[in-house]
Design a protein around this ligand. Structure first.
Ligand code: BG6
Length: 466
């Protein structure tokens, strides 16, 4: 027994409403910010008209096909499925008093389906989308009023699903607003740092209020935050590069520091002063922020480097997922230029555990690749198996290091529309979905080679990893 994971370790996959569900205007759903980025998070923001469309309008039609997909997840032995609730299915414009019953009923059916197989839902309240009406009418998270609307939404779903959902997350990759303010906090892309940090402040308060509400309404539930966890190594051992890596890692760690410790960390005072940022923070905000998360969750795909030499950094930077990073000369990259670093996952798990002493949950990790079916229709995605195998081995090492890890949900159990560029061809799944970048295809599902591999890993609790 080389790599036995704990018996209660949760195994599964992670999906997001706007990347899988489709049905973008069905059963009373309102427009979300994601419906306005048909070319993905980094693409243009396009107002919807009668003629406009997006590949996400149908996505992989999970809205109608979830029973079939969940049966396949169960076949792999999943004990957890991370998914998000589309806020605009529940509150189409965000500011309604009464929720949309058809939207609530959809997630009831979904959770009931998971329960049939004993799969725990791990639910993200807001995964890269918010009601577009709140952006247009209120200025997104730039407005304090959005805190109230979000809290009302959170309380509504906590009350409704209190017996069905025991694991919750507030905002997906909350630190990404620094890189993409429209998707993160519903602000225009040319917003100032002052505006972005003020909106982030409101979102952090809203996250804490959701934590408090969750503890009140579902005392036996656990609620966590969700960070885009990219480790930035110093490019060299020059002290200036090491100091630069401290600063740049704090850019994302700041979010976790507030959500876990319940107050702004000391180092932000100097940062705000030097950036001429003056936040409006009320006494009530300070009080609200004291409601801290029960566990820390994060995504991990890659690592990168930083250097204090700005000219060198600019010359070397490759566009990664969301962060601009200097490539590491010692690592290989995926087809999309994301640098593959399994040991970085063990490193990150240790860093986060040392920093917070909170249980951790890896809620995204996987390889986006162009799968080409063989003539007989099989998909031999050995590269994906290799990626996941090497990362899970490092999770096993971190467990041996003494890090408390509750579970692992790979991104993604099934092919879906990619977030950054809204492509179908960047595939992550154990399950292949017949749909291409232009929307052609039958949407039929097929098991890839990695499907039985992952089932074997789960069944043996990691013992088949090599
Ligand atoms: C994370 C997001 O940043 O990365 C997911 O939380 C996303 O929504 C994932 O899908 C992978 O990114 P992409 O662009 O390859 O889909």
């Amino acid at each position: 027994m080389k790599h036995r994971f704990p018996e209660d370790f949760l195994w599964g996959g992670a999906i997001a409403a706007n990347q899988v569900e489709g049905a973008y205007a069905t059963d009373g759903k309102g427009l979300s910010t994601s419906d306005l980025t048909p070319q993905g998070v980094f693409g243009p923001i396009v107002e919807r008209t009668a003629n406009s469309s997006s590949i996400k309008d149908i996505a992989i039609d999970f809205y109608h096909r979830y029973p079939q997909d969940i049966a396949l997840f169960a076949e792999m032995g999943f004990t957890v499925l991370r998914l998000s609730i589309g806020w605009t299915r529940i509150f189409p414009n965000g500011d309604e008093k009464t929720p949309n019953e058809a939207g609530l009923a959809f997630y009831d059916r979904l959770f009931d389906e998971l329960a049939k197989y004993g799969i725990q839902p791990l639910v993200t309240l807001s995964h890269y989308e918010m009601p577009y009406a709140l952006v247009k009418n209120e200025g997104g998270w730039g407005s304090r009023k959005t805190i109230e609307y979000f809290e009302h939404y959170a309380r509504t779903v906590f009350r409704r699903y209190r017996d069905k959902v025991k694991y919750w997350l507030t905002f997906n990759e909350i630190n990404m607003s620094l890189h993409e303010p429209f998707t993160g906090v519903g602000l225009p892309r040319d917003s100032s740092r002052q505006q972005i940090y003020q909106a982030i402040h409101h979102q952090l308060v809203a996250s804490a209020r959701a934590v408090k509400a969750c503890h009140e309404i579902i005392p036996d539930a656990r609620i966590g935050n969700m960070l885009l966890g990219s480790i930035l190594y110093p490019l060299s051992c020059k002290p200036a590069d090491v100091m630069e890596s401290l600063h740049q890692n704090r850019e994302w760690q700041f979010f976790g520091d507030v959500q876990v410790r319940g107050a702004y960390p000391a180092y932000m005072q100097r940062f705000f002063a030097e950036q001429n940022i003056a936040l409006s923070v009320t006494d009530q905000d300070r009080e609200d922020l004291k409601a801290t998360v029960d566990f820390v969750s994060f995504s991990y795909y890659m690592s990168g480097c930083v250097t204090a030499d700005k000219a060198q950094a600019d010359a070397l930077k490759a566009r990664g997922n969301i962060l601009d990073m200097v490539p590491n000369p010692h690592l290989d990259s995926s087809e999309w230029g994301w640098q593959i670093d399994p040991e970085g996952l063990r490193y990150l798990l240790n860093v986060l555990y040392d920093r917070y002493q909170k249980p951790l949950f890896i809620v995204e990790n996987g390889l986006g690749a162009r799968d080409v079916p063989e003539a007989d229709g099989t998909i031999n995605d050995d590269y994906r198996i290799q990626y996941l195998n090497s990362h899970l081995l490092q999770v096993a090492e971190a467990l041996k290091d003494g890090v408390e890890i509750w579970g692992y949900t790979s991104w993604a159990p099934i092919d879906m529309v990619s977030a950054s560029k809204a492509e179908m061809s960047k595939r992550y799944g154990f399950i292949y979905v017949d749909r291409d970048d232009t929307g052609n295809g039958s949407l039929a599902r097929r098991r890839k080679k990695s499907f039985s591999w992952y089932a074997g890993v789960i069944k043996s609790r990691g013992d088949t990893l090599k």
